[in-house]
Design a protein around this ligand. Structure first.
Ligand SMILES: [Zn+2]
Length: 301
């Protein structure tokens, strides 16, 4: 019912849309904080960027507000992750497709390289940004689109792209350096939901999520008991909370391990589906990745 009203609202705003562009700059709307940070890195001061989701927001459950609809309607370009990460926004994005440039960045990745998953309507795990090479493909696509839409500043976008890709290459190298310190048998990452499969694939970690790929499904008692037995069997020292998922599931897992006479610590909070607060190091993709890997490796060592 609510969804119907929202769609009607969109159609209404479309019909009375005027073409005013604030300060002559391209209006870009983004979904997750990772994509907002990326687009700001490429667009700099040459564009207006409005991110829909803030720090700590879970994109699987996020619903558009009335304010979001206004931002979307006024946008020249919309960038989102896709692969049904933004499960409740997809319908709105798809409605907009014919009217404006609406781009699912994950569509840039060759499907053969994606991790197959039956949890999502897309049939693929949507947490692709945790593979830095995939995130670099996002960067390339954003640069192309901004340059096409705003050719006057195209040279600036390409300069920013070059600098940002160099930052991401350095990040990849540094992450690998930190991971190399951790022996192979200790590379097991247990978190609240399965956000880290691409990270695991890239850096040779076994990844186990308590809630499956989406936070829309709750973990059952059986899952908790099974995972507790796994933690004891593999002598895993630490498990991790995620900033955008309530911590009670991981605390229940810790309690289950303790009830069997063993101990596992909570190794810290990882940023999974959202970055940290704006203005902090973890509020950027690069800072988030550095923080996560340091937290993971120091707790598992
Ligand atoms: Zn997720």
């Amino acid at each position: 019912m609510k969804k119907g009203i929202l769609l009607l609202a969109i159609l209404f705003v479309f019909s009375c849309k005027n073409e005013t562009k604030s300060n002559g700059k391209l209006n870009v709307v983004t979904s997750t904080t990772m994509i907002t940070d990326l687009v700001k890195n490429i667009g700099g001061d040459y564009i207006n960027v409005e991110g829909l989701m803030g720090s700590g927001v879970d994109p699987h459950l996020y619903k558009a507000s009335e304010g979001d609809v206004t931002k979307l309607v006024n946008a020249d370009v919309i960038f989102y992750n896709g692969l049904h990460l933004e499960g409740k926004l997809v319908e709105i994005f798809e409605k907009m497709d014919s009217d404006k440039e609406t781009i699912a960045l994950a569509d840039e990745i060759n499907k053969k390289q994606l991790i197959v998953s039956e949890y999502f309507a897309s049939n693929y795990d949507p947490h692709v940004w945790f593979d830095i090479n995939f995130f670099k493909q996002f960067v390339e696509k954003v640069t192309i689109v901004l340059s096409e839409k705003d050719p006057i500043n195209a040279e600036k976008y390409r300069e920013n792209e070059k600098r940002y890709l160099a930052d991401l290459n350095k990040l990849d190298e540094d992450v690998q350096g930190v991971v190399d310190v951790l022996p192979k048998e200790k590379r097991i990452l247990v978190t609240a939901h399965d956000a880290f499969n691409y990270f695991g694939k890239a850096y040779d970690f076994e990844v186990v999520g308590l809630q499956g790929l989406s936070t829309a499904t709750e973990a059952g008692v059986q899952d908790v008991q099974k995972l507790a037995a796994f933690i004891i069997d593999k002598k895993i020292k630490a498990i991790f909370i995620e900033s955008s998922v309530p911590k009670r599931t991981i605390e229940a897992l810790q309690a289950a391990v303790k009830s069997k006479g063993h101990d596992v610590v909570i190794g810290g909070t990882l940023y999974s589906d959202a970055l940290g607060n704006a203005g902090t190091a973890e509020g950027t993709y690069v800072g988030m990745y550095r923080y996560n890997i340091k937290t993971i490796v120091s707790a598992l060592q």
